[in-house]
Design a protein around this ligand. Structure first.
Ligand SMILES: Cc1cc2nc3c(=O)[nH]c(=O)nc-3n(C[C@H](O)[C@H](O)[C@H](O)COP(=O)(O)OP(=O)(O)OC[C@H]3O[C@@H](n4cnc5c(N)ncnc54)[C@H](O)[C@@H]3O)c2cc1C
Length: 493
């Protein structure tokens, strides 16, 4: 067995692991990172950017939200069922973290909110301008994967600081002695076991989005049946299991919910096109939420979860399609292409011919319901009621914004099944505000830290979409907190 001695071991070079490694190295530690895959950045390479509050970018854009206000909004949203001290430390660090990233060369196109609610629901659900969208490599309009340029810069910074990143070397165990974490066991590409010893171990393995059994055990969702989450390869929950084995407390773990089409990255036009405040029904043909709220993907993911079979159907008619093609979508997502409907017909016909299961078309409402698998009588009755309300100009059931009350009357009719989706998992390992891992009875396990999604227990039951960029925000800031604390610990030796 190969033996290694270092100051700080970071398990994984995803977003939180990189932040931890850089911070520990900046504070004088010799850092070794073990990464299972052959690259850095993890799921962050799929995303667009982190939350920050009080950043120079916000100040330039005259965004006045303060860390204290963000903290209070977050705690109100979670009903104080999460660690207020950890949430507080995260928000108060988050503005400076954006500056820290800019200093290492990360560029942001600006700060956005993930969605905006109609004026009459503003007080409750409107999003804040916290999402710092990373400038994609080579410029252009930001979209999925824009944040790759951030993880690249972070990797460069880590290497410049002398951090050693050992690729294709998964960690399988934390070594503990007298209740303290003193190292890890890993296996390299050649199959050779490595015993690495250090004064601190930081876990950052990105949760269990790619582990259907663990998703079922921890959250009750069934992958491919009641949830169609992004399953970024390699996110098996290994860090969480290792921590539990080493005595860590177990916290509620959730999926970071939204809604999406199965295999959505290959059906991205349709994924965006049907995210409109048209008519949304469940399997029984019944409406279940004011459709003007569907831009809040967390709320919609929760609402779909509560429907029979955890599915929903988004429906528009030919008249609406014609309008979308002419004037653009009612809701413009920041993630999907803005010219969605220019390319709609092409993708629709292709997917229809290929039998892409979530979509259906019909010349009558009955035919549509039959093809989509919705209760026929239920949908016919619902469309009748809905069209009457459209004629009145007012939604008596959910008070949906009047401007979206457009009848479903001209065939052919188009339908797309919407499933519960998720970016990945959140939570599992109990930590304190210093990101130190704690046992079930809240005793610190010396030398052991957990960060990022493995330890993100601050969202309560739902991702706080009102403060967007929150997962990357937590990953970066928890990583920095752990790196700083782990490096400080070296002085005790
Ligand atoms: C499509 C998509 C878009 C997103 N957009 C955004 C966004 O715009 N803003 C936002 O805030 N969040 C976004 N997110 C979420 C965000 O990207 C993730 O929550 C974040 O990257 C998680 O960081 P992490 O450090 O916990 O894990 P990751 O960055 O996923 O890294 C985990 C790493 O652990 C490694 N690993 C796993 N097991 C082991 C092991 N045993 N040993 C060694 N290494 C191991 C993996 O290979 C991986 O490199 C998005 C997610 C997706 C999927």
């Amino acid at each position: 067995m190969k033996k290694i001695e270092t100051d700080v071991i970071v398990v994984a070079a995803g977003l939180s692991g990189l932040a931890a490694a850089i911070s520990a190295a900046e504070n004088g530690a010799k850092v070794t990172v073990f990464e299972k895959s052959n690259t850095t950045g993890g799921a962050a390479n799929m995303g667009m950017g982190p939350l920050g509050v009080g950043s120079p970018i916000q100040k330039n854009q005259m965004v006045s939200l303060t860390p204290g206000e963000a903290f209070r909004k977050h705690m109100y949203f979670t009903h104080y069922r999460v660690d207020a001290r950890l949430v507080r430390d995260y928000y108060f660090k988050s503005g400076e973290t954006i500056e820290w990233l800019m200093d290492m060369g990360v560029e942001f196109v600006g700060v956005q909110r993930a969605f905006s609610a109609p004026e009459n629901t503003r007080a409750y659900s409107d999003g804040e301008f916290t999402w710092h969208v990373v400038k994609p490599e080579g410029g252009g309009i930001p979209g999925p994967r824009a944040a790759t340029s951030m993880t690249k810069k972070m990797t460069e910074r880590a290497v410049e600081l002398g951090v050693e990143i050992i690729f294709e070397t998964p960690v399988s165990k934390i070594i503990t002695e007298n209740g303290e974490a003193v190292g890890v066991i890993a296996k390299n590409k050649a199959g050779e076991e490595i015993e690495a010893r250090a004064k601190a171990v930081i876990l950052a393995t990105g949760g269990f989005g790619d582990n259907p059994e663990m998703i079922k055990e921890e959250t009750g969702y069934e992958f491919g049946k009641t949830i169609f989450n992004f399953a970024i390869p390699g996110m098996k929950g290994e860090g969480i299991k290792m921590a539990w084995e080493a005595g860590a407390g177990h916290t509620n773990a959730n999926m970071e919910l939204m809604y999406q089409l199965p295999d959505n990255m290959n059906h991205f036009i349709l994924d965006g096109a049907f995210r409109q405040p048209c008519l949304w029904v469940n399997k029984l043909g019944q409406r279940f939420m004011p459709e003007d709220q569907i831009a809040n993907t967390t709320f919609t993911g929760n609402a779909i979860t509560a429907q029979p079979g955890s599915v929903a159907y988004s429906i528009f008619d030919s008249k609406m399609l014609k309008k979308y093609k002419k004037k653009g979508p009612d809701i413009v997502s920041h993630v999907h292409p803005h010219d969605l409907f220019d390319n709609f017909d092409e993708e629709w016909e292709r997917d229809l011919q290929n039998g892409y299961e979530p979509i259906a078309q019909g010349d009558s409402i009955e035919e549509l319901a039959k093809n989509a698998g919705i209760d026929i009588e239920g949908l016919v009755n619902q469309v009748e009621e809905y069209n009457e309300m459209c004629a009145e100009g007012f939604d008596e059931i959910f008070e949906k914004d009047r401007k979206y009350m457009q009848p479903i009357e001209k065939g052919p009719f188009y339908c797309c099944r919407q499933n519960v989706g998720a970016y990945g998992s959140i939570g599992g390992i109990l930590i304190n505000h210093k990101t130190e891992v704690m046992t079930e009875d809240y005793k610190v396990i010396p030398g052991l830290y957990a960060v990022g999604t493995d330890a993100c227990n601050i969202f309560g039951d739902s991702y706080p979409f009102i403060l967007s960029g929150n997962t990357m925000g937590f990953c970066l800031n928890s990583g920095r907190i752990a790196g700083e604390n782990a490096a400080e610990k070296l002085n005790e030796f």
